[in-house]
Write a protein that binds this ligand. Structure first.
Ligand code: FES
Length: 154
């Protein structure tokens, strides 16, 4: 159940939009900021707050791939899985993550710290291979820089 603070933030956010429906992605992001992901229950409650059918909001949430509909770890790693990164060695980065964290795409570490997800082009092709850890973009990745990056995450 969405707590009072989350409901308050959502209501405040929706005031910035011409219609509540227009703010639905931001509303889902607020839930995600608090809960890490958007459960079915939370989605229904957001739909009720906005005044749209849950099925319609589900369509938005599913289309927008930065809304997580399944539990994720504390830090989500979005590893680019597109052409420029393929050509510059993202396979080695994926292998390095697998070796270091023992997870592959779609998986979360046993300690719930990291989830690894594939991402179609991060728009950083001139510095491929690239990935995001949370909100931070990391580029020109090498197996060595990967180790440094992961060690630096709290
Ligand atoms: S293909 Fe990886 S950032 Fe564009």
């Amino acid at each position: 159940m969405l707590n009072d603070q989350v409901q308050k933030e959502i209501r405040g956010e929706l005031e910035h939009y011409p219609t509540p429906r227009a703010g639905c992605i931001e509303a889902l992001k607020i839930v995600q900021n608090h809960e890490r992901w958007v459960s079915d229950t939370a989605l229904q409650e957001v739909a009720d707050l906005i005044g749209i059918p849950a099925a319609e909001l589900e369509g938005v949430a599913t289309f927008y791939n930065l809304i997580y509909r399944q539990p994720v770890g504390k830090h989500v790693i979005l590893l680019c899985d597109s052409v420029s990164c393929w050509l510059t060695g993202c396979g080695k980065i994926r292998a390095g993550i697998k070796q270091r964290l023992n997870i592959d795409f779609g998986q979360t570490t046993a300690d719930d710290r990291f989830t690894l997800l594939p991402m179609a082009c991060l728009g950083n092709c001139d510095h491929a291979p690239s990935m995001m850890v949370g909100e931070v973009l990391h580029q020109d990745l090498t197996p060595e820089s990967l180790d440094q990056i992961l060690e630096g995450v709290d």
